[in-house]
Design a protein around this ligand. Sequence first.
Ligand SMILES: Cc1ncc(COP(=O)(O)O)c(C=O)c1O
Length: 576
Amino acid sequence: MSAGRCKASIDFSPKPKIQTPLVSRDTASLITKRFLRNIKPSYGSSGEMRRFVTEKARRVLSSYLLSSSRSQPSSSSLLPPVALYSTAAAMASKLNPPVTVETLNPKVLKCEYAVRGKIVTHAQRLQEELQTQPGSHPFDEILYCNIGNPQSLGQQPITFFREVLALADHPTLLDKSETAALFSSDSIQRAWEILDGIPGRATGAYSHSQGVKGLRDAIAAGIAARDGFPSNADDIFLTDGASPAVHMMMQLLLRTEKDGILCPIPQYPLYSASIALHGGSLVPYYLDEATGWGLETSELKKQLEEARSKGTTVRALVIINPGNPTGQVLAEENQRQIVEFCKNEGLVLLADEVYQENIYVDDKSFNSFKKIARSMGYGEEDLAVVSFQSVSKGYYGECGKRGGYMEITGFSADVREQIYKVASVNLCSNISGQILASLVMNPPKVGDESYESYMAEKDGILESLARRAKALEDAFNSMEGVTCNRAEGAMYLFPRIHLPRKAIDAATATNNAPDAFYCQRLLEATGIVVVPGSGFGQVPGTWHFRCTILPQEDKIPAIISRFKAFHESFMSEFSN
Ligand SMILES: Cc1ncc(COP(=O)(O)O)c(C=O)c1O
């Protein structure tokens, strides 16, 4: 229906009877009747319009009934019409607010996201206090080690990526003579190629629901070059970061709470949150801290069978590789076992591969699950694999650009049609994020003008991250009662803290989880923000925190010395 045809001739203007400044109850009744008479939908056959009109009438009528329901005439029955309506509306909202926490969707209430939880809110408050009352705390800045948001802590964007983005977003620059002096030749060429693939070169227009085809071609070529196996642009769905892609898969897979998803514990809380929001059940499997957060297929099997015995239909297995919050990188042999397990058990393999570029040890490398499956001889018909990738992580860290994609393989044509339909409901992901995703998967090559500077920026960031990870890992391991596994990849360390009984009792007395108590005391003493392990899940009775490796390198020594001093005093305060 066009906007023009949708017009209804509803006359909301006061009629002669209500031009008097004060109205009695009788007059109010007349107002309502008159209002109802004046409703003349010009497009009578439209159900939508009828609903709109009826709703308006219902609201006016109920405001009148509310004002007239009092047994004694009161001053409000002699109010001007507008005041009469608004008094009734205010009363109505007091008596019967349209939304309360109790009437919200319980799935929303169930959902939690610790990375931006209580400790962070507390840190923001302390930061404001530092600004308004300098010297009010024993530190002069808040050091955010709670979230994998590299550029918020000073990491610089990759020049080539930003050059292409700037040119694509403001194409008139491409016609200016100064541009050749300001931008690298390959960024100019890439911007032209990208714009040529966008209908009308309009980066401000909606794209295909899966994303611009030319950009998906570039991503598919990047995946094929990475894996040595073909990739198809039709399998790529560009999304506003990996998070919406994960939500989309949960929405597709979870029908009722009897549907479960196997998730690692500890896990990145996007998974527990999206499973809760979409009304399914999280089936936990534990990573083994003693073996460097190892993933045993015997544990997968045990948890799967237990869930099935309780009537849960387990639909998929989530693997985060490299791991968040645990930072481990899976060995190839382990990945093969996982592929075999999913194939045999008929599970969709949801492979979160957003940290594929973040590997800091020589004895490990990244292998996509699709590559592992193909190298085992398994094709589309054997196994469904979804790979999530993001522009937020890696050496690029472009979290705010909201770019990412999922590559879906092993789904039938009619299922793919449904996935496409769900993607279409969101129209498309943002175009800058789409462009960035294509650049990340298809960066400058040897011989391109930007290649050397690009490689220098990339290596500089990754080498620095590796040094930061090692310095923090060593520092944590040097503290009494703290053990920390090797940071092989991703952006985090997840040390275990063996807390004294007195600290656990003090936490319980204040209604806190012991690790949340520790993190809060750390924040109040040092300004360092880390996330309690309880936000990610952990073996019951063990306590951890997650600390990012992202503060700039010159801040790391101060973080370490403040952390150590705090820890010593905490342990002596609560020593048994
Ligand atoms: C394992 C993992 N997956 C997915 C995401 C979501 O990232 P984004 O939505 O920014 O792409 C994150 C963010 O921290 C993450 O750590």
